[in-house]
Ligand binder design. Structure first.
Ligand SMILES: N[C@@H](CCC(=O)N[C@@H](CS)C(=O)NCC(=O)O)C(=O)O
Length: 237
């Protein structure tokens, strides 16, 4: 069985979308990151960065395969199934470059925009402007790419699956799809896919409440290590 350590946030949902696209059986192991479950020692053995998603595939003949980081998980599933990633040549690197663009750019920048616009405990106009503008620039990059081909890498691939859950909350990032018509066309095409709809049904993002804030924000090496050593999930950092 494949176990997906999951919370219904954009980085989790890209993996449920891929699993549904591939038609692989899997089991959800819910990790409530708003209550500190990401610091449980048994989870940290699988995901030492204390973040979801992580995946353990126990169906492999030699030994279970354990992977953390959403981009690595998408790559693993694509290679395991031979689907949604071209086998070689320029086409493969076209998909991989957009996958890396998402995990290194769109995801972190949109995440910061969410933080400063919706969750920060104080209003920081410079932070709001910086990340809203950077998201806007990235939407422009996406729009140009999608103006040249139907899907990011020509064929539908893990690159599209990685980006889509990060575009769903575009309003929270201060963006308007009307300004990016090729993104809007692609967004509608993604949302019309049955497997994408099924992947998203795995949960709806919960906004962090007051308790969640104490677990998700303000982490330092010291606070994480205190967590690992002492308290079970649910305690305040
Ligand atoms: N680079 C990581 C980012 C994963 C990530 O940020 N996960 C968030 C939820 S979307 C999380 O688990 N946060 C828990 C925490 O920060 O303690 C990936 O792509 O998998």
């Amino acid at each position: 069985m494949i176990d997906l350590y999951f919370y219904p946030s954009p980085n989790g949902l890209k993996v449920t979308i891929m699993l549904e696209e591939c038609g692989l059986p899997y089991r959800i192991q819910f990790v409530d990151i708003t209550r500190g479950a990401q610091f449980a020692p048994e989870f940290l053995k699988i995901s030492p960065n204390n973040k979801i998603p992580a995946l353990v595939d126990s169906t492999q003949p030699q030994a279970p395969v354990s992977v953390f980081e959403s981009g690595a998980i998408l790559l693993y599933l694509a290679e395991r199934t031979g689907q949604y990633l071209p086998a070689g040549g320029q086409a493969r690197y076209r998909a991989l470059q957009w996958l890396f663009w998402q995990v290194g750019g769109l995801g972190p920048m949109a995440g910061q925009a969410h933080h400063f616009r919706a969750f920060a405990s104080e209003q920081v106009p410079y932070g709001i402007r910086r990340y809203t503008d950077e998201c806007n620039r990235l939407y422009g990059v996406l729009n140009r790419a999608l103006g040249e081909s139907e899907w990011l890498a020509g064929e539908y691939s893990i690159a599209d699956m990685a980006c889509y859950p990060w575009i769903i909350p575009y309003e929270r990032q201060g963006q308007r799809l009307e300004d990016f018509p090729h993104v809007a066309r692609w967004f509608a095409a993604m949302g019309a896919r049955g497997a994408v709809q099924k992947g998203l049904e795995r949960g709806h993002e919960k906004a962090a409440d007051a308790v969640g804030h104490t677990f998700l924000y303000g982490q330092t090496a010291a606070s994480v290590s205190a967590h690992n050593n002492n308290e079970p999930s649910g305690d305040k950092q």
